[in-house]
Design a protein around this ligand. Sequence first.
Ligand code: NOJ
Length: 759
Amino acid sequence: MKHFSLLMLFVALLLVSCSQSQKSMSEEDRFVEELLAKMTLAEKVGQLNQYTSRWEMTGPAPKGNAGAQDLLDQLKEGKVGSMLNVNGAEATRKAQQTVVENSRLGIPLIFGYDVIHGYKTMFPIPLGEAASWNPELARLSSEIAAKEAAISGINWTFAPMVDVGRDARWGRVMEGAGEDPYLGSAFAKARVHGFQGDDLSDEFSIAACAKHFAGYAFSESGRDYNSVEIGSETLHNIVLPPFKAAVEGDVATFMNGFNTINGEPVTASSYLQRDLLKGKWGFDGFVVSDWNSIGEIETHGASANLKESAERAIKGGSDMDMEARAYITHLEELVTEGKVDEALIDEGVRRVLRIKYRLGLFDDPYKYCNVENEKNMMYTDEHRAAARKVARESMVLLKNNKQLLPISEKVKSIAVIGPLANDKDSPLGNWRAKADSHSAVSLLEGVKAAVGQSVKVNYAEGCKLSIGPRNFTDRMIFNETDRSGFKAAISAARQSEVVLLALGEDCYQSGEGRSMSDITLKGLQQELFDEIYKVNKNIVVVLMTGRPVAIPEIAEKAGAILETWHAGTEGGHAMADVLFGKYNPSGKLPVTFPRNVGQCPIFYNYKNTGRPIGQTDAWVLYSCYNDTPNSPQFPFGYGLSYTQFEYSDITLDKNTITKVGELTVNVSVTNTGSVDGEEVVQLYIQDIAATYARPVKELKGFEKVMIKAGETKTLSFKLTETELGYYFPCGTYTVEAGQFNVFVGGNSVDVKQAQFSIE
Ligand code: NOJ
């Protein structure tokens, strides 16, 4: 009897728990499980296979098979789950139709594309947007990019790139939010929200993809695709936080990377992808490999052949294979041989189907392919106005001697000179999706539109920057010899009161595969500057770059320097807005500008070392260069305004808090100049004595505020355990007792300081 009632109790409990789990099974789960149950192994593997279109390639040409007919056959057989680089409402509809109408289960494709900083309307490169220190702008630009992409049939962008980039030599610094994990996390979240909106099934939302997981930006010597050797303290505190932030922002997908970390290809890393991302962080979307990164496991020397690479990648947690053909060729066989558990494949497929479900593709596989929308909602006035707004807020005023800027209304002649002065292409930046070549507003056009007939504009190119191919894949050749344009440029400078000298980088000097061993200005640009300087000292250098550049002489001699980055479709108008004072510059560097390439990698949140140098930069037996100061040309967080801001001392609401306590840091900022302006108020901390050495400063708060001329604003920042702890090398987050410094200022160097302790 006793046994019987125990049994009854057990059965009752079982029934309750079953009915609970049935109840908790969402519509989405039920849909996915039912579909999965119908799929053959071959169909499952198909969902994990991604091919590029044949007409647009963003990586080396795929190896083996896959001519057009083969691709068509595979689409019809349900052997392809996703395509990249297919775009346009008609093209995507056609490809979708091929799959939905011919394959046994009609599971729609998901179309991915690199929508990095705009689709047709180009916004500033991501590094530029980060210089706005206004994540809301990144949200807005991503929302517009998503809309333009969505109406072209794209469901998924391979963005944001959230790699923290410390090395100016690495070409892809242009694609991220700079060197800081805190700023990077804020931008990661904002971009994910912009692309995905509040509801992934909205017709204008697309899935985002946090990439490249992880460590890709730490490639040796800044050479793209190279090995990464970093300690786990750096991994946890610097590299991973923006990825974690993307997960907290509900990012739908992740992309892994080409690199190894300490010898392990990240594409095969079950620690990163399974334990951390899908385990500890609870990410329920899918991970796509980078282009052939599964194939490259073999090239790294970490597998003997493609089959072994496939095995390592699926076991490591890579769900979808981009262009390695490793999964489609070997996964079935690996399962049959018992080397890979089918449950791993099921898990990957589940994740892919889940995102397709959330995008609404099962309700209407064609909802993204709308030819009418594509005609009417693309590149609109509203989108261009937003691009102008974002661009001008991204610009950083690096120098402004004797108030050369804004250009006074009294100035009646302006020279616009330089290889980039009338360049309508470079402002579009690299990774420009479907922007029309040469469609940006150039600096010259922007200036002419701003001044009308009232000012004489003397234009001269001066010199060409490159004389070789300009495209996504070919190496550029710079002009080292042709000075034939110098004469006209010198004459234009002579005849003008102010010179706007547009120097910097072509858009194809940064981006994927665009690492540089020298980050000074290429070609004859320095020489052009020197010649102009001989005849006119009122030079405003309008710097258009995709990375921090080393410009020591220009930094010393130019009257003013405005870093505009590659500013997008409306670049020239936005530049003119700033140059003529229609907009008071408010950007701050999201990345340190070195004095020379030998300082790379250089970043503000370095550790003190046992032999730090003092302010003099001049002792031999301390950690320093003997031929250049340790300090950068322009520090992280730096940027000027047309007004000045004065900071009060910091006040704290208490001097001691507990490990779970909260501290309020107050500071007042006064606009002491004569024009209104926005200031980015930055808060840094230093954990003075910890178990593991901590950086001399770590950004832990910022706020961009508009302060009217003469006005004072008081700002309050809260510090809690979220800001005050750090990761031990084992990955455990810890707040430690002890003394802390807190700093507040308008950049990472000029700061007010106070102290508190945690007990
Ligand atoms: C390789 C790049 O590393 C990645 O960021 C990009 O999304 C893919 N190619 C697809 O174009």
